[in-house]
Ligand binder design. Structure first.
Ligand code: GLA
Length: 732
């Protein structure tokens, strides 16, 4: 008996000791560590987020904020909660305690789950972390399981909370509008709230973007300083919120926007939030971008490491007037310029309601034989003839009121009960209700019909030009109307998964009235995205600059269009337009035969040169050098190959003033000890640049930099002061 009592007291002592010594769980990538502290009687909390540290430092790190990793409504905290539940008995209080930690290896990642349970109610919550072994990204998300006897309601269900140590912290976010996407917004964090929120339902990057950076050392620099970057990977509505109160931290909460979406969880059901992917860099914003680009190419974007074709898209050239012979001529012309793919945009479909303008035909995916008498077969034969690939535009999530689809299935569209229809683009565009499995089959069928009947189709431009308004599902029950926004995206994901399972090779572009769908939630199903319907090269410098913060050049569709520009009416020389478009995935958006002979010659040479630099632009590391937002009248960036033996440097003048002294540009990312020869591409000047053909060490180019003349040395070419340069650097 005494023995048992002794053993018991030893056990109790051990337990007490365990309770005094919370367990520390470290989650590591090659250069980053996150440490969470947890013990049975406590709410797990963060101890560390930063550079990778060793076990001794993990053990001794000073605990950070007392705020739990997943704050709940109803525990001792009065600040913003990640989780708010109405329990089956009506109680709104949730108080989570640590249960255990599970760790498994999955491919090139390690997944760590911090498992928690409410003290009173049988609700379990796992905060999960996927750490990559070869890239500095951790993905975090949360699983919520209801084991109560009756349904509970999730009023808040963030993907994650991250603490950011106070100091001189600056936040970078992105805000835009149609035609002006991904504008850079930088602000110093003060007390109170900053919210980045989107509830468009469909185009979740047209205005706000779900990506943010936090510079810990004052206003963010491009290539130095500590910066945390985070991206919510979700196709739908979201809310990212920074709260600053009287602790030493700012708190980032990120997840689905709950405003329209209280979510009922039946007994035994679980809810898995979208992923928040984050990184920590000591190389400024540029370091965050390069990590996200690498991770995106390697693990997220479709065919992320395969070079992209140079293409011609018909939209700005002919609009909806897609006639067979014109398509044939455009294919011939782009092939002659060195293009590899032709994409027929909107206007090719509709029977009873032909798609001659944007107010009819959406939903009726049959070829308009008035415009295309030989159908798609004839176009594919022409493409084959011209030795070029063929792509096609669709907008499968939508219908026009003027469509046979709507006449057949008025119950398939989203519209609130007892409310008049709200038409979008063209006055009568509607969104199909992807919560409905029949609609999912239909949308899958649009792609499946095309690709199974015409396996030669190599590329699909998937557009989405409407928001979810008057939200109401004719499929979901009255009780579950608040599930619509989430069910829509679960449905969309199912469709995209089916498409990718059956057609893994087809190239797909994500477009939503331009750059309305650029997010790491949708991009795993796509190869690229349309940055903006605004192809004006000057404004594109700004939009592509913003987009490049989280998304790599390989997916950044960047097209040379005609001048004056369709949106801005700005006149820009062809060279400037190519010099900008060649910094992304190059394409064209015009009728090539409208170019003069000498312009065609220039385009032919530029496309050939682009093919030489394509691996560096599309697979290399981006270094942003001078921001267009800095008001120095120039912008500049460069790409450097993995082995640093090749680089491409871009420089664009943004304004033309007399007696303007432009900054010398210091390069970045080169090997300081290697010697690079400089060669200008797309040259129009009579005399070469003074650096042409000369050799410089990487150190010279990065420390001293390069001067470029403010104008071109040209006669008979209209540049209007819009000078620009593309330099190709080759190491010995
Ligand atoms: C949207 C797209 C454009 C074009 C048109 C066609 O606006 O962003 O690129 O495809 O639709 O209607």
């Amino acid at each position: 008996m005494r023995k048992i009592v002794m053993m018991l007291s030893l056990f109790v002592a051990a337990m007490t000791h365990a309770a005094e010594q919370p367990k520390r769980v470290s989650i590591n990538t090659p250069h980053m560590s996150v440490v969470v502290e947890a013990s049975a009687d406590m709410q797990p909390r963060y101890v560390y987020l930063g550079d990778r540290i060793n076990q001794q430092d993990v053990d001794n790190a000073q605990p950070v904020s007392r705020t739990p990793i997943y704050p709940t409504l109803g525990s001792e905290l009065v600040h913003e909660s990640a989780l708010a539940i109405t329990h089956a008995d009506g109680s709104m209080a949730t108080d989570l305690r640590y249960v255990d930690t599970q760790t498994v290896s999955e491919g090139s990642t390690t997944v760590t789950k911090i498992c928690m349970q409410d003290k009173v109610y049988p609700v379990t919550v796992n905060v999960c972390y996927r750490a990559y072994k070869d890239v500095d990204v951790i993905e975090t998300w949360t699983e919520i399981v209801n084991n109560e006897k009756r349904p509970i309601t999730l009023n808040r269900y963030a993907s994650a909370m991250l603490p950011i140590r106070k100091g001189n912290v600056w936040m970078t976010s992105f805000h835009g509008a149609w035609g002006n996407e991904a504008g850079l917004v930088e602000r110093q964090l003060q007390r109170g709230f900053v919210t980045v929120k989107n509830k468009n339902g469909i185009r979740n990057s047209q205005t706000e973007h779900a990506e943010v950076m936090f510079s810990l050392d004052g206003r963010a620099a491009e290539n130095s300083g500590r910066v945390i970057g985070a991206a919510l990977c979700y196709t739908g509505n979201y809310r990212l919120q920074v709260e600053t109160y009287n602790t030493g931290y700012h708190y980032l909460l990120a997840g689905i926007d709950e405003e329209c979406s209280p979510y009922h969880l039946a007994r035994g059901e679980s809810f898995v939030t979208p992923v928040l992917a984050f990184t920590y860099s000591t190389e400024g914003k540029g370091g965050v971008s390069r990590t996200f680009h690498r991770w995106g190419r390697e693990y997220k974007l479709c065919h992320g490491n395969q070079l992209r074709d140079v293409l011609l898209n018909s939209w700005e050239g002919v609009g909806m007037n897609v006639k067979e012979e014109e398509m044939n001529q455009m294919m011939a012309a782009v092939h002659d310029l060195g293009g590899e793919l032709f994409v027929m945009d909107d206007g090719w479909f509709g029977s009873k309601y032909p798609r001659n303008n944007d107010s009819a035909g959406l939903g009726d995916w049959v070829t308009d034989t008035k415009k295309l008498p030989g159908g798609i077969d004839a176009l594919l034969a022409d493409a084959k003839n011209h030795n070029i690939k063929f792509g096609i535009w669709i907008e499968p999530e939508m219908a026009n009121i003027k469509s046979e689809l709507y006449e057949r299935h008025p119950d398939w569209i989203i519209n609130a009960k007892n409310r008049p229809l709200v038409g979008g683009r063209g006055g009568n565009q509607l969104v199909l209700d992807l919560a409905n499995p029949k609609v999912q089959d239909f949308v899958f069928g649009v792609v499946d019909d095309l690709l199974s009947r015409y396996p030669q189709i190599a590329y699909i431009k998937w557009d989405a030009n409407m928001s979810i308004v008057s939200h109401g599902s004719q499929y979901l029950s009255a009780a579950d109307q608040s599930h619509l926004y989430i069910a829509y995206h679960q449905g969309l994901k199912k469709v995209l998964e089916r498409i990718r399972a059956k057609y893994p090779d087809v190239v797909m572009q994500s477009c939503a009235s331009g750059g309305g769908r650029v997010n790491w939630g949708i991009l795993p199903y796509f190869d690229e995205w349309w940055v903006s319907d605004n192809t004006d090269a000057l404004q594109r410098i700004f939009m592509q600059w913003g987009t490049s913060h989280f998304f790599p050049a390989i997916g950044m569709a960047s097209h040379v269009s005609k001048s004056p520009n369709q949106q801005t009416r700005r006149l820009l020389p062809l060279k400037y337009r190519f010099d900008v478009a060649m910094s992304g995935r190059l394409g064209m958006e015009m009728v090539p035969s409208e170019l003069t002979e000498s312009e065609q010659e220039f385009a032919r040479k530029a496309i050939a040169d682009y093919k030489t630099i394509r691996p560096i632009v599309q697979l290399g590391d981006l270094y942003r050098l001078v921001s267009p937002y800095d008001n120095s009248h120039v912008a500049s960036l460069m790409y450097v190959s993995d082995t640093k033996d090749r680089a491409v440097f871009y420089w664009w003048k943004l304004a033309a003033f007399v007696d303007d002294h432009l900054p010398r540009i210091t390069m970045a990312g080169l090997n300081p000890d290697r010697v690079y020869t400089i060669h200008e591409l797309n040259r129009i000047d009579r005399n070469p640049l003074s650096c042409e053909g000369r050799k410089y060490t990487g150190a010279y180019l990065m420390n001293h930099g390069i001067d470029l003349p403010s104008d071109h040395d040209v006669r008979n070419i209209q540049t209007g002061g819009w000078s620009s340069r593309v330099l190709y650097l080759v190491a010995e």
